[in-house]
Unconditional design. Sequence first.
Length: 419
Amino acid sequence: MSAAASSPPIAITGVEVACCLGDDWPVIRAALREGVSGLRPLRELDAATRWPELRAGWIPERGLMLSRQYGPASALAVHLARRAVERRGWSASECAEACLFAGSSRGNLAGWLSPWPGRRQRRVYAASNNLHGEIASAVSVELGVQGGAHLLSNGCSSGLDALGMAWLFLSQGLAARAVVVAVDLPLIEPLLASFDETGLLGGGAAGDPYSPATNGFHPAEAGAAILLEREDMMADDAPRWARVRGYWSASDAFDIVGAPKDGDGMVRCLQRAVSALPGQNIAAICPHANGTAAHAQAEAAALRRVWAAGTEKPALHLLKPLLGHSLGASGAVETALLADAMRQGHLPPNPEGLTPPEGFSLPTEPVPLPHQALVLNLSVAMGGHNAVLALERVSPDRPAAIDRQILAGDVAGGIAEQK
């Protein structure tokens, strides 16, 4: 999927995150820069858990997920979206004109299959609380979003799919701005049991997703809110964290749980992205790298096929070893963290000691990123849903009007020199 060449550039203009590293940007940035993992033994959250040594990630501020009206995932989405809009400074009329796309793999099941600690139940909301779509509805109600509210639930690609659909919506002129939220709270016994029975949960050791010894993923709570705006309708001095340059998807059509060993669906998805960005500097990839053995084999094979021997390969930047795997929220959370790092002019380092796929590098220091360099974010979901989003670094001190002209090819090459 790709918008027409004449479609307006779309910028990320606001980002909020809550994850196991916290929900405060300076704290999150410092942890990423220093390679500090937020994963801890699950017994520290739940002393009665059946998986006491399972390393997992949870949001430290539990109050973000408490509401008498909404399920815990909806409450988190409302909090993050409200904070993003307030910090961006959208007016009530700008919120009303926006569209909204949400992504979640398990919705509010965390507050439905088992009691959510500290929450006072209200029976009148029982029907809405067990709807995945309550997440989108709650944000639209609380922010006054009237341009359409949609929820995508494509497993672990849900958050990236929500971002991609919002980008397509804006690219087609159906709205000037969008709110994208993605949340998942998988740390409850029934959900963990389902992963365990399917052989997907990792052991007690810290994750090394491409290691031959990798044995499963480390589950984590997380949420993100991301604001998108058409640059032709933004003020030149509006904040821009990064630019979305495209979104592509492909299905494996192979198996409800497994993936083809050659990574065929991922290959087709990545090749579509590369073909749509000819001559562009694809500097890095944030791969899905969830930690299961089957995915490690398929993803490594896909990367080798798309970037064959002899071609210059982008660096890989893995975030799940630090954050855990937040299912449908993961793609949006990783996009948010990448956009923040790109706004600072670099890419976050990988933790020390990780195993790289053959032929690829995992930099362990922050990597400077030149102006207009691209980063691909890849999400892969059970059932064979593959999604790729392309992000471009935008120089924060360059007026938006100049960047729009450069993208359209209307400015002399000297102005477009990389920074």
